[in-house]
Write a protein that binds this ligand. Structure first.
Ligand code: NI
Length: 475
């Protein structure tokens, strides 16, 4: 290759990169020469949105509200590019405009390592962060990131809209119409809310079920439809029969439910415990300690594969009230990250170590706090007979039973605990099934004993004189 050739190639590569950057800036980027401040759009704004296209009216509505301006093309027409995905930074801008462009107080420093004041839509991203619409990720090195250029996935879109709407209570009737969104999946609650509001209907499948495609990027035309329905009212969900894959949820208001919970794993006894639970066909909930997950990721994956729920029990098992809110948040998010890396859904429930929490915990957890009303004290007496006796003495319909999978004596008690509770008419459920409408920031001791997030001065109101349940686990 000659030197002029190489220069030529370099020029073409640079030009291609420039085109990509301009295309990505897309909606309303004031900085992008491809889209200067336009005159107010009118009906029929976009040359690539025909009047009879699927979401034409919704796209026109979005343009009319000034939420999107599209791109000015060389021929003088405007385009909306309805099938392109949306980057996360652009989504922040859309929501900010939908909210009426409230003023933004910029922070002294960006909370995200990958977002700086020169990042397109920096004020809008700061606004979305301050409003709690986006939390970003905690990376393995401890920094937080927003991933501004990533396409926003449909499940994250559900979470953005749910938080934008103030995290309303989610009331669902029956199973979700989507076969690909199950209880325990990441953002299950947010997607359920979106479906009950008629904001999303998903797609029909060949079997008569519907699917939401939670991990797919959302296209710009579907985003327009979502925002239109969010503001102007939803559409009716077409019929959906998802058949076997979605199990009928247990109604614990009618059934004698009990949730067995196992803390502080995964550990040396996890596989044996999973064998026992599989043999008995009993679902349980595991509150795992983040720092123990990477070396036993296969056990965590097996928990999920066999129908159990995996909850967050912090990364290093500290006493949360002794930590700042930010340190508490880091403990929780780091644990979420390793659990997801192990192949499990992002946890939807958090159990503070030692059952100790404060107002900051409720705020930063962004999940329900799951305590217990049956304390087997298995860590203390290490006696299978006592574990059984305490469980039988204290369990009521709707109870949450605390045990620790770190003790061989607890595993030993499990078959008898299951037999005895079954003989008394109990059905075993996960926390997700026991508390299908659990709310972030609320504290649950059983199905009916709750300290709601809206209450003030309830810190430790119901925790009484709880003893630390374990020591700090080893590395
Ligand atoms: Ni613990």
């Amino acid at each position: 290759m000659t030197a002029p050739d190489r220069r030529n190639h370099r020029f073409i590569a640079l030009f291609a990169a420039l085109v990509l950057v301009l295309a990505a800036l897309g909606p309303g980027a004031a900085a992008a020469p491809a889209e200067p401040e336009p005159p107010p759009p009118t009906a029929g704004t976009f040359s690539d949105v025909p009047a009879d296209s699927q979401f034409g009216p919704e796209i026109e509505w979005l343009a009319g509200r000034g939420v999107t301006t599209g791109w000015l093309e060389p021929d003088g027409t405007r385009t909306f590019r309805p099938l392109e995905p949306i980057a996360r930074n652009a989504m922040a801008a859309f929501l900010h405009r939908l909210a009426g462009q409230p003023p933004v107080t910029l922070p002294e420093a960006s909370p995200f390592a990958d977002v700086s004041p020169t990042t397109p839509f920096y004020p809008e991203i700061m606004w979305a962060h301050q409003e709690g619409i986006t939390t970003g990720w905690t990376e393995a090195n401890g920094t937080r990131t927003f991933r501004p250029w990533n396409p926003i996935a449909r499940d994250a879109m559900a979470a953005f809209l749910f938080r934008y709407s103030g995290e309303p209570e989610v009331v669902t009737e029956g199973p979700l119409p989507f076969g690909d969104v199950r209880p325990g999946d990441a953002f299950h609650r947010e997607i359920a809310w979106l479906a009950t509001r008629g904001v999303t209907t998903g797609w029909p499948t060949a079997s008569g079920c519907r699917e939401y495609r939670p991990l797919s990027p959302i296209a710009r035309d579907a985003m327009a439809a979502f925002l239109h329905r969010l503001v102007n009212g939803g559409v009716e969900m077409p019929p959906s029969e998802c058949g076997v894959p979605t199990p009928t949820p247990v109604d614990c208001a009618e059934t004698r439910c009990v949730a067995l919970t196992f803390d502080d794993g995964p550990g040396v006894h996890s596989e044996r415990l999973l064998d026992l639970l599989k043999q008995e066909e009993v679902p349980a909930t595991f509150f795992v300690v983040g720092q123990r997950v990477p070396t036993r990721a296969a056990s965590v994956a097996r928990m999920v594969a066999e129908g159990h729920q995996v909850g967050n029990h912090s990364y290093t098992h500290p006493e949360f009230p002794k930590l700042t809110g930010e340190a508490q948040r880091a403990e929780i998010e780091r644990t979420d990250t390793v659990i997801v890396a192990a192949g499990a859904p992002k946890p939807t429930v958090f159990r503070p170590p030692f059952g100790a929490w404060d107002a900051a915990t409720r705020r930063v957890a962004a999940m329900p706090l799951i305590l217990w009303n049956v304390d087997t004290l298995d860590w203390k007496h290490r006696d299978p007979a006592q574990t059984l006796a305490i469980t039988l003495r204290d369990t009521r319909p709707g109870s949450i039973v605390l045990m620790h999978e770190t003790h061989a004596t607890t595993i030993e008690a499990v078959p008898e605990v299951i037999d005895a509770l079954r003989a008394r008419g109990y059905t075993f459920v996960t926390i997700a099934d026991l508390l299908p409408n659990a709310r972030a920031g609320s504290v649950y001791y059983s199905r009916t004993s709750v300290a709601p997030a809206s209450e003030v001065n309830v810190d430790r109101l119901l925790t009484g004189d709880l003893q630390p349940s374990t020591g700090v686990p080893g590395p």
